[in-house]
Design a protein around this ligand. Structure first.
Ligand SMILES: [Zn+2]
Length: 320
């Protein structure tokens, strides 16, 4: 079904897709109310978890996936918004998608303290088609990781299979989530902590699940008008000493005060940052994903998966 869907997707107009998706997503949201946005058992500590560096209470990590040309055009404004509040985030660019990111802009971001990551290869939903296809694309992804001096990877549409990225020259992957029944591959990893994925030999990589609902889910799919779900989840993650990892897409942020139906005002995102800063101050570790990954690669925490809830059933018929 997934393959057929990504084949047909370009032929279905967006307003129809999003309406169909909203109907099933709302049904799913009711079914999954006890496991999304908060999946209580995802708070279990990994064995031997030493706590965050410097006694910080929790980690806050911001990532920006740049989906298309519209998003690329807004990256400068988004980086400035982050900077104005003292936040440094990771910008994940698609190497061979509908835009090309310039060397100059990547260099600017790095110089300003931001991180640059690789987001999929083509971002057309095909990467995780098969293990064979994935390994065929691996050298090309490695080429961009090297050229961009990037250490992190995230797949398009959050497709994942933790056995496959071992051929990638990465410190971390971030294509999973603690709980997100609204993704095309909805199986979450059930933890709000980073964990180590071991390969047969001594090597491996760190997996950084995202743990705050995606902006697109809250503001485009569910048309939320407040950041209540973000702050509710963030406060819960903070209270359990976990990692609050956000995905915020410049493609869906309106900076001009006139958001269309696939956008939300930049003010909502700004309010999330201000919430963290004012409520938690320096008790929070404001970290780049590669910093959290470097920390986790030292201690190699195992994956302690929360127990799945029985009444949140995923089906395969609801992608938009
Ligand atoms: Zn994406």
């Amino acid at each position: 079904m997934t393959k057929l869907y990504y084949f047909l997707k370009p032929a279905i107009p967006w307003p129809i897709r999003i309406r169909v998706r909203r109907l099933s997503a709302n049904r799913l949201r009711r079914q999954c109310s006890d496991s999304w946005p908060i999946f209580p058992s995802a708070a279990r500590l990994p064995e031997g978890w030493p706590g965050w560096p410097n006694g910080k209470r929790f980690a806050f990590v911001v990532t920006h996936d740049v989906e298309g040309a519209r998003g690329l055009a807004r990256c400068r404004k988004l980086a400035d918004l982050d900077k104005a509040l003292g936040i440094r985030s990771a910008f994940n660019f698609v190497p061979e998608g509908e835009y090309r990111v310039s060397d100059t802009f990547r260099a600017d971001l790095s110089r300003e303290g931001f991180e640059v990551g690789v987001h999929d290869l083509h971002h057309d939903g095909s990467l995780y088609r098969s293990a064979q296809h994935f390994s065929k694309q691996t050298p090309r992804i490695n080429l961009y990781l090297k050229m961009w001096e990037a250490s992190g990877f995230r797949s398009g549409y959050m497709f994942h299979n933790l056995d496959w990225p071992h051929g990638l020259n990465i410190l971390y992957d971030s294509s999973t989530f603690d709980t997100d029944p609204f993704e095309p591959q909805p199986d979450g990893v059930g933890t709000i902590f980073p964990f180590w994925v071991q390969r047969n030999d001594s090597k491996g990589y760190v997996e950084l699940p995202y743990t705050l609902p995606q902006d697109s889910t809250l503001f485009v799919l569910f048309k939320e008008r407040t950041i209540d779900l973000w702050t509710q989840k963030l406060d819960w993650v903070a209270s359990h000493g976990g990692m609050a990892l956000a995905i915020v897409h410049p493609d869906y942020i309106s900076f001009d005060g006139r958001p269309n139906s696939s956008e939300y005002p930049a003010d909502l995102y700004e309010r999330l940052l201000k919430h963290v800063i004012t409520r938690y101050g320096d008790t929070c570790w404001y970290a780049l994903p590669r910093e959290v990954a470097a920390f986790a690669a030292e201690i190699k925490p195992g994956l302690v998966r929360g127990a799945p809830t029985s009444d949140c059933r995923f089906d395969d018929e609801r992608q938009a």
